[in-house]
Structures are given as structure tokens and as C-alpha cells.
Ligand binder design. Sequence first.
Ligand SMILES: Cc1cc2nc3c(=O)[nH]c(=O)nc-3n(C[C@H](O)[C@H](O)[C@H](O)COP(=O)(O)OP(=O)(O)OC[C@H]3O[C@@H](n4cnc5c(N)ncnc54)[C@H](O)[C@@H]3O)c2cc1C
Length: 429
Amino acid sequence: MIAGRRSEQGDDCVDANSGELQPNTEAGKRFVAIVAQHRDAFRERAPAHDEAASFPAENIDDLKASGGMAVFVPEELGGLGLASIHDWIVGLERMARADASTAIAVTMHYGVTRNLAGAWRAAVERGDEAAAQGPAGMLRAIAAGELVFCATATEAGTDFLRPQTTAEASAEGWSINGRKFFVTMSPIADLAVVGLRVREAGEEDKIGFAFIPMETPGLLPQDDWDALGMRASGSQSVVFADCRVPRESIQIAGEWGRWNPGILMGRTIGNVTLVAVFLGIAERARELALAGAQAATKTKLDGALASASGVQHLLGEIDIELAAARAVLGEAARRLDAALAEPGGGRPSLEVAHGHMRDYQAAKWTVNQSAIRIVSRAMDVQGGTAFMGHNELSRLYRDVRAGPFMQPFSPTETHEYVGQVALGLYPEG
Ligand SMILES: Cc1cc2nc3c(=O)[nH]c(=O)nc-3n(C[C@H](O)[C@H](O)[C@H](O)COP(=O)(O)OP(=O)(O)OC[C@H]3O[C@@H](n4cnc5c(N)ncnc54)[C@H](O)[C@@H]3O)c2cc1C
């Protein structure tokens, strides 16, 4: 028999000793509380949006109303003032238990907001009012629920360091041409942050990012999102056809095709948090496995499935894998938080930045591979009903499969990269 008491926190079948990640900061605790207040509504809306592959705009409206879209906006500008990457991960993990598609979508918005908050704070600290104005305006708009970002780097057949979507200098600014896919949340976003190959006469090509309002002429959403999983993430393709933006819309990140510490840190921080979504899917699968084991009965057992040693063994396997997944992700985030708290921590050497990327890759591999197995085992616990189209576990089984695709790196590159870092053979690009 399974001994012990159930939690009184309101989470389905989560026991007090489950070992789930917990927020460390006050802002993180408030973020987790905000997510908890939306849990039931998000979960209720998820099946219909999954079936229709439609974007749950209502969830974003709810998050705007509760302050959940402004978690990284500084308190002085009307937001929650979240700073901890660890606590960002905890909040996202909880959101993914309710709806993984929404959690993956808001990750992109949070990443951009966090960068803006950093730019604003740095400008204020050096007394540069002019430089603070732009970020402050956007951060206030986010807090007022008037600005939502999507962020797009991905293109078919290339990677983040080598975008083929170009920004060519023109008399009035830039002309942008190319095609992005997997542009999550773009159906409702106000502004897209777009990774580009920036070309100017007489100069080496650069990687740049443009802030482009979604209604800009030449920015053409394709309404083509119909995937195996994450069907409610709105990850359609977007074409740029002579999309013209002013000169100041583009920020340069570095040389095209080459890692630098800033790009490594940006990718690590922006993407390690995505791993939380897949941990959240695994946590939800565990909840459902426990609930199924305790509620479902078998004549042969004369009671609940939970009394069967085979079921107990499967649940044990789930918890052991989850313990490792939580630990590796939580530790990667804590190390990042600690490094960023040091003077100059946001501008490390190339070697240190590769170390953070390595930690992220280790967490990504461990969590994604475990989460896929955990969802599958939870289905084994629940049995054939988990295979039905309307069953939540069957959606989790499809959603969880998206994890390994997230760049960088693809599953065929991860081990090579981690080995290179171990050997000090840091890849240049
Ligand atoms: C649900 C979902 C939402 C997403 N949202 C966004 C978003 O909002 N913004 C965004 O920018 N991106 C987003 N992405 C994209 C994601 O981050 C990946 O970049 C994308 O899925 C990778 O596409 P790919 O597999 O075609 O490319 P690749 O990773 O290039 O893989 C293509 C194939 O090439 C192989 N491969 C690649 N490089 C190498 C190599 N060097 N050596 C050997 N084999 C290699 C891979 O294993 C794979 O078989 C999203 C993806 C998903 C699934």
C-alpha cells in the first residue's frame, strides 16, 4: 500500500515530500501564486485549443490582468520585479502543469522582458536618462497589458548563429527578407524580436535583432501551425518580404556565425528556462499517474491499482527520474543566479560562458529524455484509457516530444558539444 498523507496545498495528488522545485525569492513566490490562480482555467481550456490547434488568447488576457505577463518588469515600473532564473523556472514549470503550450509561449515574452529590464536598470544606474527612456516605455506598456512579445530565431536548414533572414541597409533604415518558422505566440503578439543576418557594405556580416511591430507591412504571418504537440502554442511561420524598419530597430549581437560570451549567455538564459516546461509536463504526468493508481480499481486486486507492486515500482521509477531532472535543472539555474549576482557576472569570459551553456545542455538532455520516459510510464500506470484522444496524458505524450528539438543544440550535437567543453576545445561557431 502507498502510505502517507496527501498535500493540503490544493495541487492534485502532490504530497508534501514530493521534492518539487520551490521558489527562493519573494518575487518568485508571487509568480508561483499568480500561476496557481490560473491553473484550473488554463487546464479547462487546454483540450479544445489542442484539438483545434488554436492559440488560447484568453490565457494571455488572464495573465495580463493578474500581472503574470509583467513578472520581469521592475516594481518601480509596475511589475513583479522577478530577477531569479531559478524562480522563473519554478513558475514556468507550474504553468506547464496546467497548459504546456501557454508556458512555452510566455517564455519567449519573459526572455525579452527580462533583457529590457536589464537594459533599463543599467541605464538608470549610470544616470543615462535618455537610454532608460526606451526600455522604460516598453516595460510600462507590458505592465499595462498593452505589449506582448514573440521572439524568432529559427529557420529551416540553419541555426541561431547563421540566420539567413537578412537585414540590408537602405536609405530609410533596413529592409528585411526571409522566412522564420516556429514563431510561438505570434498570433497574438504585438511585437516580434527577430534574429537576422545584418549586411552593410564594406563590413563583415553581423547577427542582429530587430524589434518589429507585428502589423509592419511585409511581415506576413502564415497561419500554418498544425503540429503533433504543443498545438496551442501558435508557433506559425512568418515571412518577411521587404519588411522595412527604421535604423534604430536593430541591435547588433556579434559576428555572424561565431559564438561570443554575450550570445552564449543570452541563449543559455533564454533557453534553459524552456526546459522547465518539459519538467512541468513530467510533474503533471506524475500527478496523473498517482491519481490513476489511487482511484482506479481492479477486480483481481480487490481494490486500487496502487496496491500492486508493479504499479508501485513504476511510480518509484518516475520519482527517481524526476528527482534527477529537478536536481540538474535547479542546480543549473542556481549556478546562473549565483554567477549573475557577482560583479561582472553578466559579462563572463568565453570559457565561463561555455560552462553555463554546458550546464544548460546537461539539464536539457537529462530533463527532456526523462520527461519523455516519465510520461510514457504514467501512461503504463493509467493503462489503455491514457491512449484515448481526449485523455490528458495522451496530450502530454505529444507535447513532451517537442523538448529535444529546442535549439541550441540538436540531439545529434549535444554530446559532441559537452565533450568539447570538457576538453577545453571551445567551438568558435
Ligand atoms: C513547439 C516549438 C516551439 C518553438 N518556438 C520557437 C520560437 O518561439 N522561436 C524560435 O526561434 N524557435 C522556436 N522553436 C524552434 C526550436 O528552438 C528549434 O530551433 C527547432 O525546432 C529546430 O528545428 P530543426 O529541428 O528543423 O533544426 P535543427 O536543429 O537544425 O535540426 C535539423 C536536423 O539536423 C540535425 N542537425 C542539426 N545540426 C547538426 C549538426 N551540426 N550535426 C549533426 N546533425 C545536425 C538534427 O539532429 C536534425 O535531425 C520552437 C520549436 C518547437 C518544437
